[in-house]
Design a protein around this ligand. Structure first.
Ligand code: PLP
Length: 377
């Protein structure tokens, strides 16, 4: 069995695969409307919003674009933070769309420093862009503290948050945290294949119609069609069947339990890493991601060589180091559909792979994870 332990796409449960293996129905028929009207509020519940959720047949990148083009105008200033590879890609997109990006530099080992938000806001800042869970680094930004910084400054900028690798794995509260646009997609905590992305849209964002050109990504015709259960284009019907089943799985387990399971697996993983005598990339105890762990390899070793050996010998895929972290880290994905036994198998494969690659590690890393898992929370 292949172990897919990259931080997304994640393992798709059999229940979800089976749910998708059904005939595609008429997307303008009554059965389809029932499906949509059932699905959208349940997806909104995972984002923890009572507002609209706009679903696209797209990868996450499309939903990034939708968040920007629906709210902003050419030349608008956006405030962004260099927390890692995905934050930088989103900035690059903003610049390509004609926005002025004020980028706060970072070391790729920390999340957004809420203390720096007010310092970098200007009268022209139209939006603040935050990646909740930086998938390239395994660092989680503290969105409620960022919101509080905006509120303290009394600043009207929109808060746009990428929850692509956190949604359905880490606690995320669109309404309570005062987020204006949330960006999410299917292939991580929602346990689906790639191909479906979405925006959760707060009322302020909906009112704030920017002048950037948009057609396919325009929220408004989609929201209007959704009210009667349809889409203005052909929706990805079978992915929506899968989404319905994935939502049922999350509902059965309960969101609080889903988050606790991820926190527990992440803590066990960190204990194993430290037991090996290696360093976790995330440098702030308050910001560890519960979706993935980025592990630094000692100087003189190549993280991609460890990954290559792990794939070759144990048929397990680990995440590569992205951007400036190439060769320096590998990433263990423990998000989505994931159990204690899958974690133990994953950590066992990593430990054997590190030894096989000649990386000097201490004995007992997996043992530490086991002790933690056996001891419960
Ligand atoms: N944002 C984050 C945090 C991601 O992890 C990813 C992809 O892994 C993206 C954005 C881009 O999403 P996609 O590759 O689905 O377009």
């Amino acid at each position: 069995m292949h172990f897919l332990q990259i931080p997304g796409p994640t393992n798709v449960p059999h229940r979800v695969l089976q749910a998708m293996a059904r005939p595609t129905i008429d997307h303008r028929g009554p059965e389809f409307a029932e499906l949509t009207l059932d699905l959208l509020p349940r997806l909104a519940a995972v984002v923890q919003t009572g507002g609209d959720v706009v679903v696209y047949p797209s990868s996450g990148t499309g939903a990034w674009e939708a968040a920007l083009v629906n709210t902003l105008s050419p030349g608008d200033r956006v405030l962004a933070f260099e927390t890692g590879h995905f934050a930088m890609l989103w900035c690059r997109m903003a610049a390509k769309l004609g926005l002025e990006v004020d980028l706060v530099p970072g070391d790729w080992r920390h999340g957004v420093d809420p203390g720096l938000v007010a310092e970098h806001l200007t009268d022209e800042t139209a939006a603040v862009m935050v990646v909740h869970n930086e998938t390239s680094t395994g660092v989680r930004s503290r969105v409620p503290e960022i919101r509080a910084a905006l509120d303290r400054a009394g600043h009207p900028a929109l808060l746009l948050v990428d929850t692509i690798s956190s949604l359905g794995s880490l606690d995320y509260r669109h309404d309570e945290w005062g987020v204006d646009v949330t960006v999410g997609c299917s292939q991580k905590g929602l346990m689906l294949p790639p191909g479906l992305a979405f925006n959760a849209v707060g009322p302020k964002a909906l009112d704030h119609q920017g002048r950037l050109p948009r057609a396919y990504w325009d929220w408004r015709p989609i929201i209007e069609a959704n009210h009667s259960g349809y889409f203005p284009y052909t929706p990805p019907t079978n992915l929506l069947y899968g989404l319905a089943e994935a939502l049922t799985m999350l509902e059965e387990e309960g969101l609080a339990q889903v988050f606790a399971r991820h926190d527990r697996h992440a803590e066990a993983t960190r204990r194993a890493v430290r037991g090996w005598g290696l360093e976790v990339l995330c440098a702030d105890e308050r910001e560890h991601s519960s979706a993935l762990t980025a592990v630094m390899v000692p100087n003189g070793f190549d993280a991609d060589e460890v990954r290559r050996i792990v794939l070759e010998r144990f048929d397990m895929s680990l995440g590569t180091g992205l951007g400036k972290l190439a060769g320096r880290v590998f990433r263990i994905g423990h998000l989505g559909h994931f159990t204690d036994l899958m974690l133990v198998g994953t950590l066992g494969g990593v430990e054997m792979g590190l030894r096989a690659a000649g990386v000097p590690i201490k004995d007992g890393g997996v043992q530490r994870a086991l002790a933690y898992l056996e001891g419960g929370a």
